[in-house]
Design a protein around this ligand. Structure first.
Ligand code: SF4
Length: 198
């Protein structure tokens, strides 16, 4: 079963999972805000915009959530996003074939604004501030903030966002949704690739 078939199949059964995802995203936003406030960090946009980072997303939940938001966009915004997604996928493939790295705007970013801010995937909500993850086999894994964070919040990192409880809740919710959908495959998609599935 491919992701498009899953989207069709889940459309009736995922309302509860999506409501719980919204609540999880709210909790992430609160925790992120607390760490950002404690660090004195405010994202005001920067040259190395994270919307140019090639993030891969790994859950059916995020795919369906984004798909739902995408359906509510105007015809013009949807058409523009599909055009930009097509160009982004082609440019990325060309760069990969030549062994080049590439930074391309996410097709949902229009004039420095996310067209689907309320439906954006998890990493778009967590990126930017120093974090840690308590891994069952690998111990505590720490990650840095973005360049803008370290430029504006100089000195040693005093507080980190612990992503562990959010990843756990996300994994539990994802497992429930996949079981309900009868989907046991893996997902690894950029936003551009997701849009081309819709
Ligand atoms: S989904 Fe929105 S926030 Fe995330 S990379 Fe794309 S434009 Fe940026």
């Amino acid at each position: 079963m491919n992701p498009k078939e899953i989207l069709d199949r889940c459309s009736e059964t995922c309302a509860d999972a999506l409501a719980r995802l919204v609540s999880l995203f709210d909790a992430m936003e609160t925790a992120y805000g607390e760490v950002a406030d404690a660090s004195g960090f405010r994202c005001t946009g920067c040259e190395e915009n994270c919307c140019k980072t090639r993030f891969h997303h790994h859950t059916l939940l995020e795919l369906i959530f984004l798909c739902r938001g995408f359906a509510d966009l105007s015809d013009t915004d949807r058409a523009g996003a599909v055009q930009r997604a097509t160009a982004a996928v082609a440019a990325t493939a060309a760069a990969e074939a030549e062994g080049r790295s590439v930074r391309i705007w996410c097709p949902l970013n229009l004039d420095d604004r996310c067209l689907l801010y309320a439906s954006r995937p998890m990493i778009c909500r967590l990126h930017g501030i120093p974090h840690e993850l308590h891994h069952p086999g690998r111990g505590v894994i720490q990650g840095p903030g973005c360049d803008a964070f370290h430029q504006t919040c100089s000195g040693p990192v005093r507080i980190r966002l612990d992503r562990t409880p959010f990843y756990r809740r996300m994994a539990g919710l994802e497992a429930e949704l996949k079981a309900a959908a009868g989907f046991h495959g893996k997902i690894r998609l950029t936003v551009a690739e997701m849009i081309l599935l819709f």
